[in-house]
Design a protein around this ligand. Sequence first.
Ligand SMILES: [Zn+2]
Length: 464
Amino acid sequence: MDKKFYVTTAIDYTNDVIHIGHAYQKIISDVLARYHRLIGDKTFFLTGTDEHGQKVEKSAKEKGINPKEFVDKIAAEDKKQWDGLNISYDRFIRTTDEDHIKFAQEFYLKAKANGDIYKKKYEGLYCEGCESFKEESELIDGKCEFHPNKELQTVSEENYFFALSKYQKFLEDLLENNPEFVQPDSKRKEILSFIKSGLNDFSISRQNVSWGIPVPDDPTHTIYVWFDALINYLTYGEEEKCWPADVHVLGKDNQRFHAIYWPAMLKSASYELPKTILVHDFISLNGQKVSKSLGNVILPSDLTEKYGVDGTRYYFLRFGPLNNDVDITLDKITEVYNADLANGLGNLVARVGKLAELQNRPGQPKPSTFSLDSIETNLTNFQFGQALDDIWTNIRIVDGIISEEKLWENTSEKTDILDSVIDKILAIAYDLQPFLPETAKKVLDQFSNSKIKTIDPLFPRLTK
Ligand SMILES: [Zn+2]
């Protein structure tokens, strides 16, 4: 039987265009999707936009246009950014898509039929930034940890609630007994201790937000954004028959929704659970949070213009916020680009290409015997930086062979060594395919041609 692999990113909220803070999860998800396609798995890769809710309604109003026009524009711009990073998604889902709206309403009714949805009057502290009610225990100095500059509002409404507290024991067992369910393990422990502190039911409808999916049996309410957005994974998963997801990739600001709300919702509506929730940390820029209000927003396209698509992907994959928050500066990216790409990989390919051309060496046939076994363990464990680290060790080994054997001297006696070096470069390029797809293709093409010829520099050196 063919194996399948289904990976999702978080869908980006459309109150504004995305920025580089959102890029890391798209790139690592893309690496997983490309890897699984290459090893022959039937692969499904979903990304998209989360388009409903109060913040969108408000942003559209400020621009004097209706919410649909507003999100159409943002979704198109987001998509352009991801295309520019070579993100190979199979579907770009929008929560305003008709199939999703229908599916979210059906899902709501399933949870209701299971007795998990009820109406109650509620007063609580609400963070507009998160579009979520906050427990006192979650606050830091009385503020939302993700929106310390926003005052919390006291909101009093009669809403529909989801009986999350019923799933307390189920969630505790799930996270306790399935170490792979939330990764890395530090995040699993954090979430587990939050669950153990006691779960409260959460509101899943709003009365005064008209930009949303109507509650199917009470259209005076709209479905709360999270009870709408999370379901996108299932809309596509059910349509393509690829549910459950193998990996949901998301940032730590979304971890509670994905690791607590989502499994309980799925259990309630009788769906299988995703296998793994991979949580990453945040990027800051020159020591500051990337945010529009700070005026330091950089788009992925700003980076690809300077470093190329693969130059940008390389930096994020190698030094991205997998287990820790990381700070990036353009100087650091330039430094790494010059050292690892211009000098490292780029220089090796240029040197060997030149030697091969001068000696009229034929390329080697397409590397049918190559496999991606050497990166399997790292990618199974989501160690993207380590995988590249290992490939760069191989690059240094090949550089060493060239210097030691002085391949540029007495060349006619050393064609066997040169051919073995070419073979090693092909193996390196083969491994690079999921990470740097354009570069890998150029190198594979160059060294498997009937006659090897020099090509333009892969990574022209940059001055600061
Ligand atoms: Zn918040």
